[in-house]
Design a binder for this molecule. Sequence first.
Ligand code: FES
Length: 158
Amino acid sequence: MANEMKNKIDAILGKYSNPEESLIAVLQEVQAIDGYISKASVEYITEKTGIPSSRIMGVASFYAGFRLKPVGKYRIMVCKGTACHVNGAERIGDTVARVLGIGEGDVTDDGLFSWEEVACLGCCSIAPAMMINDKAYGKLTPDKVQSIIDSIREEAQV
Ligand code: FES
C-alpha cells in the first residue's frame, strides 16, 4: 500500500481512542478516501491496532454501506427501488451491463466505470433513475442510458 494511504489511515486511527469500538466510523472514513475497503487497508488497520482482520472484514461485509471492491471513476448506481422497478429498472440495469460489458459490482478494465444496484435514490418522480457520481438521470430508456455512457466516455477521452 502507498505511504500516502498509510498516512491517511494513521490520521483516521489517531482520531479514535478505541478504534475497535469505533470500527464502523473508522471504515466509513477509509471508504470515503479510497472509495472502498481494500484488503490492504484491512491488513494495515490490523497491523496498527491488533484488531483481527477477520473482525474487520466481518463488520465491512455485514453492513450494506461498505464496498469491498473498487469503484470506477464514474460510479453508476442503478435504482432498484419500487417506483423504478415498476418502471423498468431491470431493463436499465441490463443495458448498463451490456454497454459496459461488466457484471453488477464490477469495474471496467480502464477503471472508468463501475455499476451497482442500489435502493431508492430519492428521485422516484423521474423513475426509472440512476446516478452517476453525484448526478441523477431519470426517465431512462435503454437508448438514453447508451447515450449518457457514450458521452461520458467521449468526454473522458478528450
Ligand atoms: S424508487 Fe428509484 S428513485 Fe425512488
